[in-house]
Each structure stands twice: as structure tokens, then as C-alpha cells.
Design a protein around this ligand. Structure first.
Ligand code: 1HE
Length: 265
């Protein structure tokens, strides 16, 4: 079976530290981390294999001053794709982003500069988005004569609602700063999005992997189900997770009164 150490990556960089925190870096800064077909294939590979590694959490970041400028417009222009070709391109984007969202490994996106078009589609497949004061979000597809193809109609609409998404696409409206947090594009606004993303990743890595697997796959799956089916699936997942061996010492500590309490600092 292939593992992450078998991967040979050109457009991404993958580093894993001794604590099992992976860093996936979009590594085409000269092209503002635009997503060409080769990068998307590397995202498919990385996020297919991460859940089967010992990685406990992942920070997704961009090299350079922008997170990602979205679809590689120059490649798309020169490829002169047919409708069917581009449909298949989009299906590979979905494959990559679904592996992220449903893979069970917490993915925390450290955002800066442009998070636009397909870059926002990528960021919206992460479980947590951290922005800094340089970060801005846009969906310039309309202005480029394009439409979203990497899942924005599902994930961005889910984050901010369809009215705001339609406004972004029709008018070219950009969101940044506190307003971006208020509408739901990011959960954190900080001075240093990478430092905060690692802090969150390290906190998440303290949880048992099976709990994180459920949090970072079951919730997304359940959102796709009817309430009746989701409640059933929740009970099944809780049956497995809440009786795991790794929970026993934590529950014992609580029962003995030695566990940390859930209180604001
Ligand atoms: C690119 C791309 C790209 C930059 N594809 N090459 N996305 C957009 O409409 C955003 C397009 N990009 C920009 O608006 C700007 O580049 C940025 C605001 C992101 C950055 O500006 P800046 O001044 O820092 O860089 P730059 O000078 O514009 O670009 C530097 C290089 O990156 C340049 O290449 P060079 O060879 O001339 O040096 C640019 O061509 C290249 N570059 N962005 C290809 N996007 C599944 S459907 C999804 C549909 C979409 O994502 S639509 C949104 C597309």
C-alpha cells in the first residue's frame, strides 16, 4: 500500500513533524498558488493518504503572500478544453476536496492574501479557516466569464448562505477582516494565521484520533442526510467512538475529579 513517504510532489510540499502535525504547502508562489491540473492531482494523492498515516492534524498553507489565486486561468486558456474535459477537471477537484473534508484528519487552513475562486473552494473544504489582516475572499468567476466548479455551490453557500454567495459572484464583492468572520468565511481573525493554525492543530492533535475522525467526517456526512438518517448515523458513530479504549482514562480522570474542567480561562 502506498504511503505519504512514497509521494513525489512538485507543486505541493508535505512535511510531518514528530508530533504528527502535517503541513501541506501550496508551492507555486510565482503563480500565486493557482491550481493547475497537476496540483489538484497532488492534492488528491496527499489527502487520500493522510488518513492512512499517523498524521493527527494538518495545516494547509500557501507559500508566498497569497493562499491561492484559484483555477490556473493560463493553463485553462491554453488547454482550450471541451465541456467534457472541464467536467472531468472539476470531478478531480471534487475528489481532492472531498478527501479533505471527509478524510477524518483535521485540516486547518492558514489563510493570507488572496483566497479567491478555486482558492476559496479549497479553503472551504478545510475544517477550520484562520484569516489574518491581509486575507481577502472573493469569487471572481463571474468577472472571468466562468462559474464555480470546485464545490463552492455546496461549501461556500453552506458557510455564508446563497444570497451572499450570489452577491460575491455577481458584483465581485470581496470580504476581509472582521466582516469575513462575521459572515462565516473564517472562524478566526488574527495577526499571524499560521501561528494560530498550528496552535489549533496541536490542540486538536491531543484528542483521540477516532474522535477526530468522527468530527472531521461524520458531521459532514450527516449534513447530507435527512434528519432521521443523520440521527441514526450519529447514534451508530457515538456507539463506536464513545466506547473507545482511548476514552477510558479520560473518563476515569473525570470520575475521580482530576480532569480539567470546561471553563473559560
Ligand atoms: C495566475 C493566476 C491564476 C496569478 N491562474 N496564473 N482567479 C482569479 O481570477 C485571480 C487571478 N489572479 C489575480 O487576480 C492576481 O494574480 C492576484 C490578486 C491573486 C495576485 O496579484 P499579484 O499582483 O500579486 O500577482 P500577478 O502579477 O497578478 O501574478 C503573478 C503571476 O501569477 C503571473 O504570472 P507571470 O508568469 O506573468 O509572472 C500571473 O499570471 C500568475 N497568476 N493568478 C494562472 N489564477 C474549478 S473552477 C474555479 C474557477 C476560478 O477559480 S475563477 C478565479 C480565478
Amino acid at each position: 500500500m502506498r504511503t505519504i513517504s512514497d509521494l513525489s510532489l512538485d507543486n505541493l510540499r508535505l512535511d510531518v513533524d514528530d508530533d504528527g502535525i502535517a503541513t501541506v504547502t501550496l508551492n507555486r508562489p510565482a503563480k500565486r498558488n493557482a491550481l493547475d491540473a497537476a496540483t489538484v492531482e497532488e492534492l488528491v494523492d496527499v489527502f487520500s493518504l493522510l488518513p492512512r498515516s499517523d498524521v493527527r492534524a494538518c495545516v494547509l498553507r500557501g507559500e508566498g503572500t497569497h493562499f491561492s489565486a484559484g483555477l490556473d486561468l493560463v493553463e485553462h486558456y491554453h488547454a482550450d478544453r471541451s465541456a467534457s474535459d472541464f467536467m472531468h477537471v472539476c470531478l478531480r477537484w471534487h475528489e481532492a476536496f472531498n478527501k479533505m473534508e471527509y478524510g477524518g484528519v483535521p485540516v486547518i487552513a492558514a489563510l493570507k492574501g488572496a483566497v479567491v475562486g478555486g482558492g476559496l473552494e479549497l479553503a472551504s473544504a478545510a475544517h477550520i479557516r484562520v484569516a489574518d489582516h491581509s486575507t481577502y475572499f472573493g469569487l471572481p468567476e463571474g468577472q472571468r466569464g466562468l462559474f464555480t466548479g470546485g464545490g463552492a455551490t455546496i461549501r461556500v453557500a453552506d458557510l455564508i448562505g446563497k444570497a451572499r454567495m450570489i452577491d460575491m459572484m455577481l458584483s465581485g464583492r470581496l470580504y476581509r477582516g472582521q466582516e469575513a468572520v462575521d459572515v462565516g468565511l473564517a472562524q478566526y481573525l488574527v495577526d499571524d494565521s499560521e501561528a494560530k493554525a498550528y496552535e489549533i492543530a496541536r490542540a486538536a492533535a491531543q484528542n483521540p484520533p477516532l474522535s477526530n475522525f468522527a468530527i472531521c467526517s461524520a458531521i459532514s456526512h450527516m449534513q447530507n442526510m435527512s434528519a432521521l438518517d443523520a440521527a441514526y448515523a450519529e447514534a451508530v458513530v457515538a456507539g463506536v467512538v464513545n466506547t473507545q479504549e482511548a476514552a477510558k482514562a479520560r473518563l476515569e480522570a473525570f470520575a475521580r475529579g482530576t480532569a480539567a474542567k470546561v471553563k473559560p480561562q
